[in-house]
Design a protein around this ligand. Sequence first.
Ligand code: COA
Length: 256
Amino acid sequence: MSTVLVARDGALAVVTVNRPDKLNALDHATIAELTATFVALGADVEVRAIVLTGAGEKAFIAGADVLGLSKQGVLDGKANARHGQALTLAIESAPKPVIAAINGFALGGGLEMALACDLRYASPNAKLGQPEVGLGIIPGYGGTQRLPRLIGVGKALELVMTGDPVTAEDALRIGLVNGVFPQAELLASVKTVAQRIVARGRNAVALSKQAIRRGIHLPLAEGLELEADLFGIVSSTDEMREGTRAFLEKRKPNWT
Ligand code: COA
């Protein structure tokens, strides 16, 4: 049985990791299926935004499957890290917004999945952390790289070296999540955020994501050049003509 569920809601796709009896822990097969799912949804023009969540009321994703990790050696340890990193890269590089609805534990690989998403919203019961050092390993699906880029080196070192999780409220305070919604309303509230993005210009959203995602790795001068290049590209679109004309004509844009 598949451990990844995909449900369509108009232009939105909701991806649910479905191993609730294991708190949605990511085994090798689930990671492969998720990667293929994100690549396919990224290429599907009918899908304008993707929401990622976990099955059940307790966990978003409680990490990589510790059973698999317990058996790894040097070579397959590195390969396992690459396998998980390929998933987080597929999420991060999807040419459309990906939003995490963190409905409970987001630990280890679960937090790393959320870090690869563009936006993160949590329910009050969520606990977010990188507990790997307690297992004698380090984060391997991008956590050591994306966490400091998101919340700063000091807080990232604290989370990674203590292994202690933070509450949803603390996650909001340190910028680890964008908002907190009551658990019963989490998915609906996240879909509302996604719909607000979907109502904007599709190319403008995709290119602004690309400008930020690629630009963060560049020196400022090169980042500004990238921004200008992408601004040039977006200026060639019908979308730009319609968006600006609609503003001047005091009406809503009619995107085609
Ligand atoms: N890998 C494999 N199995 C996991 C798992 C993981 N990361 N997280 C939870 N599970 C399994 C448990 O082994 C248990 O399975 P079982 O019923 O067959 O024994 C089931 O999910 C329920 O978890 P349980 O520990 O009983 O729930 P809890 O409410 O007592 O504790 C957690 C919840 C999240 C605190 C606890 O499960 C935990 O610490 N998980 C590991 C988190 C982690 O270290 N993740 C990073 C891995 S790199």
